[in-house]
Design a protein around this ligand. Sequence first.
Ligand code: NAP
Length: 319
Amino acid sequence: MSLLVVGGTGTLGRQIVLQALIKGYSVRCLVRNLRKAQFLKEWGAELVYGDLSLPETIPPCLCGITAVIDASTSRPDETTTMKQVDWDGKLALIEASRVADIKHFIFCSVLNLEQFLDIPLMQMKKGIEVKLKESHIPFTIFRLTGFYQGLIGQYAIPILENQPIWITTENTRVSYMDTQDIARFCLRALQLPDTQSKTFFLGGPKAWLSSEIITLCEQLAGQTAKIQRIPLPLLQVSKYLLNFFEWGQNINDRLAFVEILNVENNFSKLTFDLYKTFKISKEKVTKLDNYFQDYFIKMLKRLKDINFEDVQRQKNLIL
Ligand SMILES: NC(=O)c1ccc[n+]([C@@H]2O[C@H](COP(=O)([O-])OP(=O)(O)OC[C@H]3O[C@@H](n4cnc5c(N)ncnc54)[C@H](OP(=O)(O)O)[C@@H]3O)[C@@H](O)[C@H]2O)c1
């Protein structure tokens, strides 16, 4: 099977590419910056230039491809608008896939989107889900929870750098996941015909409160967190005010994401069934404790090495 990965340079996309190559798939990546994507080529993927905001670049990327995994999304700090990538670009990708007779299209969507249809990105994700279903291309949709990788910037780094951690006053449980495990589900879907024409709500092995994540990071870092609580209504007002300004749209969308991830997703029964369907053992899925443990061991060692090098450099200067 030849696979086209869109978003291969991203946090999730790169895990999909790596695992697909390990499994022996022939992997092509649609990328808009060949230099930035060089590491994917070094892993063994074929790179082809394409940009979702330039729809005419998409069809040639699909030549000879049997399945597409779309793990792309607009970058918040860019000039291309979200609509160009997450709506127009994805419509063009679906249409080109239909014309190319793609046998399986996997789309990465977002959990809880139906509760946030006032947020433009959620509207677009929902709309693309509908268009994909209408296209008659065999599809699998994954509605994804938050990634462990995102928690590093949110909790681990601020604790290590003694910076404040911003959390909302809401205390909800979220079952985050490691992107390596999400990638396993995406690739497993290619092998299991039962997973076609279905939408799956993908959640991790345990649901976490932000206070529990902070305590875990504090223990592993040996440092106390500086916590700043922001009431959820204040977040919603900020979002509303920022909506009036064009420059505020990206910040607004980021704030919206905090809100989305604050909706409880603690679905133990659903998760159990899901793991059974995909024949993935829950025990083999990375636990947040282990993920953070690995991260802090590496980071604390690196910080120790840097301190040691600094002391050596200063000694040399004195001598
Ligand atoms: N992050 C989360 O916690 C989370 C939660 C739920 C769902 N999701 C969904 O999961 C998927 C993967 O998310 P992620 O966090 O891994 O994304 P990410 O790290 O932000 O990566 C985005 C990817 O999309 C590519 N891209 C952006 N604009 C493009 C364009 N115009 N043409 C072609 N490619 C373009 C980027 O390429 P460049 O490297 O060239 O910029 C990058 O490879 C997305 O669909 C996202 O909505 C994410």
